[in-house]
Design a protein around this ligand. Structure first.
Ligand SMILES: NC(=O)c1ccc[n+]([C@@H]2O[C@H](COP(=O)([O-])OP(=O)(O)OC[C@H]3O[C@@H](n4cnc5c(N)ncnc54)[C@H](OP(=O)(O)O)[C@@H]3O)[C@@H](O)[C@H]2O)c1
Length: 217
């Protein structure tokens, strides 16, 4: 049993991941920013930790993550502006790396973005900034010295998914159900031998367990 701290627990991916982790026997804490979310988190068996990423400092996140074994980041500014994108998609992972180091937490799972995203569309400043922040966050994680895994999903769709994916170090771009992203993260967390990995993910034909096992080669 691990103690897992989730940033993004109320989101599309996070809210599907937390129950899987609890079912697997882990203790899950999760950050929330809207008071009305607290009761639902408690009902789901998640320890709620109140805070807004636009305000939380490295020290705050160090205090919040103390006593945990694993940090999962699946938060995102979701197109709410350049400043928020910088703070949430880039600066928060950097703060979490510092918090992990301060607390001796070695394992960090980061939901990033598929670097091919939007390459077939005209450039939009906000989207380019988002991708740049995701890329910079990945770079910080890779340089962190932690036991990290970065998952880069294709375009997310709000479905449970059928538990079949395409997961590897470099794959063609496509879409992926948020439930499949959660399923892959849950399996990766059960597989600590997989670390220092950047993985691309879309829906596909391979059952999640097999897709994760196949990464050992
Ligand atoms: N959309 C795509 O097609 C796509 C593609 C590739 C990768 N991604 C990435 O995939 C990840 C997961 O996506 P998703 O669909 O699960 O995202 P989502 O549903 O938008 O959830 C975002 C999460 O971040 C939290 N959050 C946002 N601002 C916050 C703040 N200021 N303080 C505290 N928490 C805050 C949200 O909390 P609230 O519930 O309070 O809003 C929510 O828990 C994100 O990192 C996203 O960038 C997305």
């Amino acid at each position: 049993m691990s103690k897992i701290f989730m940033v993004g627990v109320t989101g599309g991916v996070g809210s599907r991941l937390a129950p899987k982790l609890i079912e697997a026997g882990h203790a899950v804490s999760g950050l929330y920013r809207q008071p009305e979310q607290e009761a639902g988190l408690r009902q789901a068996g998640i320890t709620p930790v109140f805070g807004d990423l636009m305000e939380l400092s490295t020290d705050d996140l160090t205090a919040a993550t103390q006593g945990h074994d694993i940090i999962v980041f699946s938060a995102g500014a979701a197109g709410s502006g350049l400043e928020r994108t910088t703070a949430i998609d880039y600066e928060t992972p950097v703060k979490l790396i510092a918090a992990a180091r301060a607390n001796g937490i070695s394992r960090l799972y980061l939901v990033s973005a598929f670097m091919d995203a939007g390459r077939d569309r005209p450039r939009r400043d906000g989207f380019e900034h988002y991708m740049n922040m995701k890329r910079q966050a990945d770079n910080a994680v890779v340089a962190s010295g932690l036991d990290w895994v970065i998952v880069r999903p294709g375009v997310l769709v709000s479905e449970a998914g059928e538990g079949r994916v395409h997961l590897d170090r470099a794959i063609p771009y496509g879409q992926v159900a948020r439930g499949n992203v959660a399923g892959v993260l849950a399996k990766l967390i059960e597989t600590p031998t997989l670390k220092q990995e950047i993985l691309e993910l879309t829906d596909g034909d391979t059952p999640i367990d097999q897709a994760v096992a196949a990464l050992h080669r």
